[in-house]
Design a protein around this ligand. Structure first.
Ligand SMILES: [Zn+2]
Length: 440
């Protein structure tokens, strides 16, 4: 018997009243309206029945029924009396973000970040540590299991049950199947069944996306990109990628590889060989690995005393060393960051002409460096893009820093759990924990 069927016969549990409740299936139109009403409340756009009526255009009776249904199913609570706008003061409707919890992991090329969050992406517990993605899926995901177990054990007041798992990985992911597809920097991960692995262990629905989409979701829902409908979030880490918010939705493209801007060709130089096997990719000249290599070259040639010190101390020069040296005014490091910034900016100028975003967010490990990089990116975009496209364009640094990935992975799980398609699969069971097929 599958998890889905087990969940179907398990009695939903009403945590508020501490008694099991049986709720029937919802007809299609009722589910449509339920999703609209839930989204309004979940994102804080509507806080009362009258606001819901005004904003959604649904009838008063429909709104009342759907709100009643959401309260009965434990997804929404009716709290304190809100501010009066004249008549009877309304009671505030709030999404019950502590109905369950979400486990998330953001895997980078050189790090693992894990967190446990509420259903609206609030972090309850967090841990990060260095790791090598190229060690392969068994090593990396076994470690994620250990860290998840530790978070669950040590987080005080964990709400309810596990509702979902979200994983970000540093490579292209086919979103529907949750499998990495020919990821250049993840040897051994091609086609690996990440979803099935976690679903079997945790008995909850699992979603996987590339780390840049996850970063974009985090910045869009809780960071600097909030309120913008057309955004490009660029991650400059070991490699380079972009997440695209288009018209208020994360744009994954037909297969899930939209935004893979690191492999746009920017030079014909045959000596610039990218990890993807092609010649002249952007990330092969401006990514963190390329910056580290260029810094190491400068150290070995004796062009930078500061980089030479880094090389002497650790035997290797990283992009972080270059960024640190630049922050102390090292001229070679400043020049390297400026050149990388111009390369990225030039690519982004093309994206700006093509896509016309209102905001570009620059994030990732290298982007947490001094202002030279951001300044060069910004200057090149404004110089190379069409005036209309840059008239109101903002170029800003990521605001969530190291937490953007885990927050974004949680947002991804929340958005999937409460999508119409998923809700239809678990609403009758009362909660998605145990209904792993929600994510298939
Ligand atoms: Zn490439």
């Amino acid at each position: 018997m599958t998890g889905y069927h087990r969940a179907m016969i398990r009695e939903p549990f009403d945590a508020a009243s501490e008694r099991p409740v049986r709720l029937g299936p919802l007809p299609d139109e009722a589910l449509d309206a339920l999703v609209v009403v839930l989204d309004e409340i979940r994102f804080g756009r509507s806080r009362s029945r009258s606001e819901l009526v005004t904003r959604t255009g649904l009838g008063r009776a429909i709104v009342a029924q759907r709100v009643g249904e959401l309260i009965e199913r434990g997804l929404v609570t009716e709290g304190d009396v809100g501010p009066s706008t004249g008549g009877r003061p309304p009671r505030q409707l709030t999404f019950r973000a502590d109905g369950g919890y979400i486990l998330v992991a953001d895997l980078g090329a050189t790090s693992i970040d894990v967190a446990v969050t509420t259903l609206d992406g609030r972090i309850l517990g967090h841990h990060d540590e260095p790791a090598r993605i190229e060690a392969g899926p068994e090593t990396a995901l076994d470690r994620v299991d250990v860290l998840f177990d530790s978070l669950v054990r040590t987080t005080q007041g964990l709400p309810g049950r596990l509702w979902g798992v979200g994983i970000g990985v540093p490579g292209p992911v086919e979103f529907a199947s949750g499998r990495p597809i020919s990821p250049p920097i993840m040897p051994g991960w091609d086609g690996y069944a990440i979803r099935e692995r976690f679903a079997a262990r945790y008995g909850a629905p699992v979603w996987i996306d590339n780390d840049v989409n996850v970063l974009a979701l985090g910045e869009w829902r809780s960071g600097v990109a909030a309120g913008h409908a057309n955004v490009v979030v660029v991650k400059i880490g070991t490699g380079i990628g972009a997440g695209i918010i288009s018209d208020g939705h994360l744009h994954r493209g037909a297969q899930g590889s939209a935004g893979d801007v690191g492999h746009i060709q920017v030079t014909d130089d045959p000596t610039v060989v990218c990890r993807c096997g092609n010649i002249g990719c952007l990330e092969a000249v401006a990514g963190g690995a390329a910056l580290g290599r260029a810094g190491q070259g400068a150290a070995e040639d004796g062009r930078s005393a500061r980089l030479q010190t880094a090389l002497d101390q650790r035997g290797v020069v990283t992009a972080e060393d270059v960024a640190r040296a630049a922050s102390f005014g090292d001229p070679v490091a400043v020049a390297l960051l400026g050149e990388a910034g111009r390369r990225v900016g030039s690519m982004l100028a093309g994206i700006v002409n093509f896509f016309n975003p209102s905001l570009i967010v620059i994030g990732g490990g290298v982007a947490n460096s001094p202002d030279q990089l951001l300044a060069a990116i910004r200057e090149t975009i404004y110089r190379r893009s069409l005036p209309l496209a840059t008239r109101d364009l903002l170029v800003q640094r990521s605001s969530l820093g190291g937490l953007a990935g885990v927050i974004g992975a949680s947002v991804m799980v929340g958005d999937q759990l409460f999508s119409r398609e998923s809700l239809a699969r678990w609403i009758e069971a009362g909660e998605p924990g145990g209904v792993t097929e929600v994510a298939s």
